[in-house]
Design a protein around this ligand. Structure first.
Ligand code: FES
Length: 255
């Protein structure tokens, strides 16, 4: 079931020039949300027009009844979001999309690979695995040390390994260069980030025969399967990422 809710901004943290963390709350308990699902937030352009933007759900804090959105400031719409202040209202349609599969057993070695703002849904996914009694392994990739987001929050949930392209933090290179992938084996992989990164992770998963799910970030407009701007080719033909995804097993994709 989907809801259209006017959520209240409870806190806004500017993490860096490029990223902002927005916490939203409501007077009623927030609906159930699966890790990997997203919200369409309403961004008012003028008093008469508005558009919606898909933002993945970074975390659901049940105790505080808060929903966290990690937003990369990349254009006009996201710049407007970054200007929100505590007490403001934000209209959200949620929860949308299918979400990641959780490993069946807490004993499974679960690897979560994120790049850039694509790390967002992995915190909530890892925390759900932690709640099952599992210890997730996060492998987070960024351009530079200042782009490594929310490291302390990830460390509270599982093991954290980092790569940066310029070598300013963690190991130098791309996530798939990290030595952890040579030292250890995993039973299940979930990944979200730039497409070339996810394709490299999918390649690693195939080679190591590890099941793998990816969360696609295709351009989206309507978010409900009506405009077809988010289409991805799959083994079953074209699929709408917003409706049938955003999470897909790599076996369904033509990668
Ligand atoms: Fe419109 Fe997916 S965003 S069909």
């Amino acid at each position: 079931k989907k809801f259209c809710l006017d959520l209240t901004v409870s806190q806004v943290d500017r993490l860096s020039e490029k990223y902002v963390l927005i916490r939203l709350t409501d007077s009623r308990p927030l609906p159930d949300i699966l890790p990997g699902q997203f919200v369409e937030v309403r961004i008012d352009d003028s008093p008469t027009t508005f558009l919606r933007r898909p933002i993945s759900i970074h975390f659901l804090d049940r105790k505080a009844n808060e929903l966290w959105l990690l937003v990369a400031i990349i254009g006009d719409g996201t710049r407007r979001l970054a200007r929100l202040k505590a007490g403001d209202q934000l209209n959200c349609v949620l929860p949308l999309g299918n979400g990641f599969t959780l490993p069946k057993s807490p004993a499974m070695r679960f690897l979560l690979v994120g790049g850039g703002v694509g790390v967002a849904p992995l915190l909530y996914l890892g925390s759900r695995f932690q709640a099952m009694g599992g210890v997730p392994t996060f492998l987070l990739g960024a351009r530079s040390a200042s782009d490594v987001l929310e490291k302390a929050d990830f460390e509270a949930v599982g093991r954290v390994f980092v790569t940066t392209e310029d070598g300013s933090f963690g190991e130098r290179g791309f996530v798939t260069d990290h030595s952890i992938l040579r030292r250890e084996r995993f039973d299940f992989i979930a990944t979200c980030g730039p497409k070339p990164m996810m394709q490299a992770v999918a390649h690693y998963a195939r080679q190591s025969e590890t099941p793998c799910e990816v969360s696609l970030e295709n351009m989206m407009a309507c978010g409900i399967g009506a405009c077809l701007c988010c289409v991805e080719k799959s083994v079953e033909g074209n699929v709408c990422v917003c409706k049938e995804g955003p999470v897909f097993n790599i076996n369904r994709l033509l990668w």
